[in-house]
Structures are given as structure tokens and as C-alpha cells.
Ligand binder design. Structure first.
Ligand code: PLP
Length: 386
């Protein structure tokens, strides 16, 4: 195992492009370089066909209709479009939003921006397991509540929120439900109609597609959702996201969605076997404990709080491992994770926590290597020999 690069155990930050995805993308850089909005010649028609195939593939992954898929540059943009776009259309009558303290910064920072623009936000607490409290959600819904935005699965802990119940509550109370499914897509089953989801975001680079593509699902019926765009221009993507479509990235994203739809279950089984092996080895003898619910979580993620080593020291001790402390977007800040703090961990505990996230290309030998490396080195470390 001497590739010179660390073992990649950070699939929640991003994933390598699947070679089947790359193959689909390549022709759209050179031979089929057309602009999907060009209606007057074959270059445009061919590019447009690729985008429409991708739209069908993306819709199929979540049980939506293709007309309900808006392509964007990624989840951050989709989240901004969902939250700001809804607030602009409905904000005069309904200017209250409910979210949760453990959301990704893409949601929390957008909510903070909305607050500055007169929208009231309720931030739901989570339990020690990282789960929202459904009665608290119900009690927080008011006359002027426009929508609930609670993530499907958490990027740091993998904890899956009770999406079915949230969807039911929202439907009963007549409020819209947006869920950030960036981490859930391709790892668990998503069905927007069964789950009463009205808006949903997915990012290509988290599901073995290229960076620079994502989607926002926008329900068209029962209820129809109307949005205002963030980006104005040529009226692309049903006027919700103007700008020339990134055809190679979108074509690749579509293929990645197709692969996710056909292999998520198999991937989940493989990931969960490896994750369990890693987790059991690292938690025995009280060396570490697991952060977050183990009943309802993604199959590929484990967030471990180590007893005798801080996460900063862990990163220094193990240059052979690519793991994360906090999310990729906030790990540069070196602050205790807002997710773990909201779950009630002390600063010290959250600063001793490390996220391992595995994926489609993780090999058993890599997990075995990781286990023996960590066990041996941490023993020397605690014995004071390092
Ligand atoms: N939401 C969650 C839960 C994420 O994990 C991420 C990425 O880390 C994002 C949103 C942002 O996604 P993107 O990188 O596509 O903007």
C-alpha cells in the first residue's frame, strides 16, 4: 500500500469521479461542445439531449418528474436558491422559517442572511444522538411559518433525521419542506412523494460525479412550489438559473445519479461492513466512542471521539490517513464543531473527534491498515513513547 498518498477516508467531503461517469462526460468537451440553449443546429440539439437525459436520470434517483429538476453548480447554490427563492415569493405573508442547529453552513449562513433581511428563523435543538425533537418541531410551527428546512443526513456524524415524520408534519400543517440531501443521496433511499418533500438539494461531487454540478428538486404539484431566481439572464433552467449549462458536468452528474440509483443498496452494504469493522476495532477498550445515533445514520460514516488525543494531534500523528475534523468547509477554522456542540459534547470532546467516511472504492486492506496503524500509534502515544 505504498501509493505515496494517504488512505482516503473522507468521502463525505468529496468523491472521485467514477470512470463510467468520466466516459459519459468526455465527448461533451470536444466533439459535442455545443451550447444546450442553441436551438438552430445539431451542436445545440446534441448538447441539449445530454442535459435532458441527465435530468431524467436525476429525477429517477429521487422519484421525481424530470420537469421538477433544476440544475445548479452544487448544493450550496441549490440551498441558496431554495431558501432565498422561497422567501422572496412568499415572504410577505409568511416570514418564518424553521431549521436545525446542526445544519450545514450552507443552510445556516443563508438563514443568517435571511434574518438580516427580516425573516424570522427558529433553530431546533438536537438530542445527544443528533436528532431533532418532533414535538419541538410541531410546537414551533406558527401561522406565518413558510417552510421547514432540515437536512436528510448530517455530513459530520451521518445521523439521519426523521424525514418521513417531518414530511408528514409539514404536509398536515401546510408548510413547505426543504431537505438538504447532499449526504443522503446515493447512500439511502429517497422518494420525494412518499416522504412529502417539496424541495431537495443534491451535489454531483458527493456521488462520484464531477465538481461544479448539483440540482434543486422543486415540486410542481400538490403543492406547486414557486421560486424566485437568484441569477438572472437568458432564462435557462425554466428561468430559475440563468447561465449556459455546464453540459459535460451535468451529463456526468446524470450518469452518477443513474449509478447511485442502481447501486446505492449494494454500496451501502459494502460500506457498512467496512465501517463496522473500523468502528469496532477503534472503540474497543474505550479508546474512542461514537458520536451520534447508531440507530439511524448513513452506512459509510463514523464520527469518533478519541479519549487521549485531540483531533489536531491526530491529524499530525497520521499523515497516512485522509480524515476530517468537522466538515471540509469549516475544518480550516479550527473551531469546535457546531454540530457536536449542539449535540451536547464539551469543547474538549468535540476537539477530540474525527470523522471517517468511506465509499465505493474503499478496500478492506485499507481499513485493516488504518486499524493497525491507529491502534499501534495511539498505544505508543498514550504510553508516552511518542
Ligand atoms: N450540505 C451538506 C450536508 C454538505 O455536506 C455539503 C458539502 O460538504 C454541502 C451542503 C455543500 O455542497 P456543495 O459542495 O455542492 O456546495
Amino acid at each position: 500500500m505504498n501509493t505515496g498518498l494517504p488512505v482516503f477516508l473522507d468521502y463525505n467531503s468529496t468523491t472521485p469521479v467514477d470512470s463510467r461517469v468520466l466516459e459519459v462526460m468526455l465527448p461533451y468537451f470536444k466533439e459535442h461542445f455545443g451550447n444546450a440553449a442553441s436551438k438552430t443546429h445539431a451542436y445545440g440539439w446534441i448538447a441539449d439531449e445530454a442535459v435532458e437525459i441527465a435530468r431524467e436520470q436525476a429525477a429517477a434517483l429521487i422519484g421525481a418528474k424530470k420537469q421538477e429538476i433544476i440544475f445548479t453548480s452544487g448544493s450550496t447554490e441549490s440551498i441558496n436558491l431554495a431558501l432565498k427563492g422561497m422567501a422572496e415569493v412568499y415572504g410577505r405573508e409568511k416570514n418564518h422559517l424553521i431549521t436545525c442547529k446542526t445544519e450545514h453552513k450552507a443552510v445556516l449562513d443563508t438563514c443568517a442572511w435571511l434574518e438580516k433581511h427580516g425573516v424570522e428563523i427558529t433553530y431546533l435543538d438536537v438530542t445527544r444522538e443528533g436528532l431533532i425533537d418532533l414535538p419541538q418541531l410541531k410546537n414551533s410551527i406558527r401561522e406565518n411559518t413558510l417552510m421547514v428546512t432540515v437536512m436528510f443526513a448530517n455530513n459530520e456524524t451521518g445521523v439521519i433525521q426523521p424525514v418521513n415524520e417531518i414530511g408528514k408534519i409539514c404536509r398536515e400543517k401546510g408548510v413547505y419542506f426543504f431537505t438538504d440531501a447532499t449526504q443522503a443521496a446515493g447512500k439511502v433511499r429517497i422518494e420525494v412523494n412518499e416522504q412529502n418533500i417539496d424541495l431537495l438539494s443534491i451535489s454531483s461531487h458527493k456521488i462520484y460525479g464531477p465538481k461544479g454540478a448539483g440540482l434543486l428538486y422543486v415540486r410542481r404539484k400538490n403543492p406547486r412550489v414557486t421560486l424566485a431566481p437568484l441569477i438572472h439572464g437568458g432564462g435557462h433552467e425554466k428561468s430559475l438559473r440563468s447561465g449556459t449549462v455546464n453540459v459535460p458536468a451535468v451529463a456526468g452528474f446524470g450518469k452518477a445519479c443513474e449509478l447511485a440509483a442502481s447501486s446505492w443498496f449494494e454500496d451501502a452494504q459494502q460500506n457498512s461492513t467496512l465501517r463496522t469493522k473500523l468502528e469496532q476495532a477503534l472503540t474497543e477498550n474505550g479508546m474512542a466512542f461514537i458520536n451520534g445515533s447508531i440507530r439511524t445514520r448513513l452506512p459509510n460514516t463514523t464520527n469518533l471521539c478519541f479519549k487521549n488525543v485531540s483531533s489536531a494531534e491526530f491529524i499530525k500523528l497520521f499523515p497516512q490517513l485522509a480524515v476530517a475534523t468537522g466538515s471540509a468547509c469549516t475544518s480550516s477554522e479550527n473551531k469546535p464543531s457546531h454540530v457536536l456542540r449542539a449535540m451536547g459534547l464539551t469543547d474538549r470532546e468535540s476537539q477530540s473527534s474525527v470523522r471517517f467516511s468511506i465509499g465505493r472504492f474503499t478496500k478492506e486492506e485499507e481499513i485493516e491498515f488504518t486499524i493497525s496503524l491507529i491502534k499501534n500509534k495511539l498505544k505508543e502515544y498514550s504510553d508516552g513513547n511518542l
